[in-house]
Design a protein around this ligand. Structure first.
Ligand SMILES: Cc1ncc(COP(=O)(O)O)c(C=O)c1O
Length: 437
C-alpha cells in the first residue's frame, strides 16, 4: 500500500501540530506506522490522499450510525446553512430537537446542549456537585469520559482509593477529588460507598464501557451501583456518549432498566457534527444557569447546523429503528470473523460484541480468555502487539479498523453484506499472517 502522500503530510503536520494530529489516537501510536490522511469519505468507504480506499469500521469513533455522508443528514445541513450558521440567541431548532429527543427518553426531564462529550461530562459533574453540595466523584477503572481533568486519573494502590493523575497537567488536588473503583466488582463498590458514600457527589460510569476495549458489564453490577447511589444521595451519571442511540434509542438506560439521575451524550446525537448534551431529573437540571446557580455556557452551544444534523439523525433513527438489524448483522459478521480467527496458527482471538459495537481480544495461541472480559485486568498483556499486526494486515487489504487495540469497531447501516463478505475474505489472509509475540 502506497502511503507516500500521507507520510509527507504527517511530516509537515508534526512540525506545527503536537504529534501531527488533533486527537491522540489518530497518530497511530498504538499500532505504529504512518497515519492515513483521509481525503474524503462516503458510505462506509474512506479514501486517503494517496488514492487508497478502505472499508471503514472506525466511522469517526462512533457518530456515523448511517455511514458517511448520509443523504438525509446532508440535506438537513444544507438547508440549515441557508438560514445562517450561528445565532448566539434563542432559536426553535434546538427546542424541536430536544422535544423530539426527550419524548423517547423517559429519564430526562430537561436537557442542555453543549459541543462535545467531554463538555457534557464536565458540566454534568459540576451540576452534580452543585446539587449535592459535595465534592467527591467516583469513576471506574477502564471507563473514559473525555479529557475532564478530574477524570483523567488512575486508581490508587487499593481496591477503591483516591486517584492519582493519569495525565501531566492534572493537579494532585484535582485527582484527589476522584475515587476509582474496578469494574465488575460489587465488593469494591460496597466498600467505597461504606467509606465515602455520604461524601460522593456523583458516580459516573459508561454502562457499556467501550474505551478500553469493550468491557461488558453484568446487569447486577450496574444495578448495585444504582441502588448504592440512591441510598447515599449520590447522583448517578450514565455516560452514554458512545452507547446512547447506538445500542438502542434510549441507550443502555433503556436496555438495562437503570434510571440515571443524569445522562451524558455525544457522538451520534450530532450526526457527525460537534454536539454533546447532558440531561436528567428536573430537580437537578434546574440547578443549571440561568435557572439555577451552576454556571455553564457556550458561544456555539446548540449551533443550528449541528442541531439540524443531530435532529435529522434522530428522525431517521426513530423511523428506521435500525438496532435489531444492526445487532443481527453484527452477530453474523463477528461469528464469521471468529471462525476464521480460530484457524489462525499464531494467536487466539476472542471477539466481544454488543449490537453494532465489537472488540477483538488478542492473546497468544491457546491463551484465549476463558470468559467475557469485563475489567482491564483481564485484558491479555499481548493485546497491543497482536492487534497492531491485525490492524496493519487489514489496512494493507483496504480495511480500516480503529488504530488502537483498546478501541472498538462500529458497524453502520451503510455496511452491506457485500462489504462485510469482502472483509471476511480478507480476514483469512490477515489472521494467517499474524506472527507469534
Ligand atoms: C464514553 C465517553 N465519554 C466522553 C467522551 C468524550 O467525548 P468527546 O470526544 O466528544 O469530547 C467519549 C469519547 O470518546 C466517550 O467515549
Amino acid at each position: 500500500m502506497n502511503l507516500q502522500k500521507s507520510a509527507e503530510l504527517f511530516e509537515r503536520s508534526k512540525k506545527i501540530v503536537p504529534g501531527g494530529v488533533h486527537s491522540p489516537v489518530r497518530g497511530f501510536r498504538g499500532v505504529g506506522g504512518t497515519p492515513v490522511f483521509v481525503e474524503s469519505a462516503n458510505g462506509v468507504r474512506l479514501k486517503d490522499v494517496d488514492g487508497n480506499e478502505y472499508v471503514d469500521f472506525c466511522l469517526s469513533w462512533g457518530p456515523l450510525l448511517f455511514g458517511h455522508q448520509d443523504m438525509e443528514i446532508g440535506e438537513a445541513v444544507k438547508s440549515a446553512l441557508t438560514r445562517g450558521w450561528s445565532y448566539g440567541a434563542a432559536e426553535r431548532y434546538s427546542l424541536e430537537f430536544a422535544e423530539d429527543m426527550i419524548k423517547h427518553l423517559p429519564f430526562i426531564d430537561e436537557i442542555r446542549f453543549v459541543n462535545s462529550g467531554t463538555e457534557a461530562v464536565m458540566s454534568a459533574l459540576r451540576v452534580a456537585r452543585g446539587y449535592t453540595k459535595r465534592d467527591l466523584v467516583l469513576k471506574f477503572d477502564g471507563c473514559y469520559h473525555g479529557h475532564v481533568d478530574s477524570l483523567l486519573v488512575r486508581a490508587g494502590s487499593g481496591l477503591a482509593e483516591m486517584a492519582s493523575p493519569d495525565s501531566a497537567g492534572v493537579s494532585a488536588s484535582t485527582a484527589a477529588e476522584t475515587l476509582v473503583c474496578p469494574l465488575d466488582n460489587e465488593q469494591a463498590l460496597e466498600e467505597v460507598f461504606v467509606k465515602y458514600g455520604d461524601k460522593l457527589a456523583a458516580a459516573i460510569i459508561e454502562p457499556l464501557p467501550a474505551n478500553n476495549g469493550l468491557l461488558l458489564q453484568r446487569n447486577e453490577f450496574l444495578k448495585k451501583l444504582e441502588v448504592l447511589c440512591n441510598k447515599h444521595g449520590t447522583v448517578l451519571i450514565l455516560d452514554e456518549v458512545i452507547s446512547g442511540f447506538r445500542t438502542a434509542l434510549g441507550g443502555m438506560a433503556e436496555i438495562t432498566g437503570i434510571k440515571p439521575d443524569l445522562v451524558t451524550y455525544g457522538k451520534i446525537i450530532g450526526g457527525g457534527f460537534p454536539v454533546g448534551a447532558y440531561g436528567g431529573r428536573r430537580e437537578i437540571m434546574d440547578m443549571v444557569a440561568p435557572a439555577g446557580p451552576v454556571y455553564q455556557a457556550g458561544t456555539l452551544s446548540a449551533n443550528p447546523v449541528a442541531m439540524a444534523a443531530g435532529h435529522a439523525m434522530l428522525k431517521k433513527i426513530v423511523r428506521e429503528n435500525p438496532y435489531a438489524k444492526l445487532a443481527e448483522t453484527g452477530k453474523w459478521f463477528t461469528n464469521e470473523l471468529q471462525a476464521i480467527a480460530d484457524q489462525a496458527p499464531n494467536f487466539s482471538l476472542h471477539i466481544q460484541s454488543f449490537g453494532s459495537i465489537s472488540w477483538m481480544v488478542c492473546a497468544p495461541k491457546g491463551q484465549k480468555p476463558s470468559s467475557t472480559v469485563r475489567s482491564i485486568e483481564a485484558i491479555p498483556a499481548q493485546q497491543k502487539a497482536i492487534y497492531a499486526q491485525i490492524f496493519h494486515g487489514f489496512l494493507d487489504e483496504g480495511v480500516y479498523f480503529a488504530p488502537s487495540g483498546y478501541e472498538v469497531g462500529f458497524l453502520s447501516t451503510a455496511h452491506t453484506k457485500g462489504d462485510l463478505e469482502l472483509v471476511i475474505e480478507k480476514a483469512k489472509k490477515v489472521f494467517a499472517s499474524v506472527k507469534a509475540v
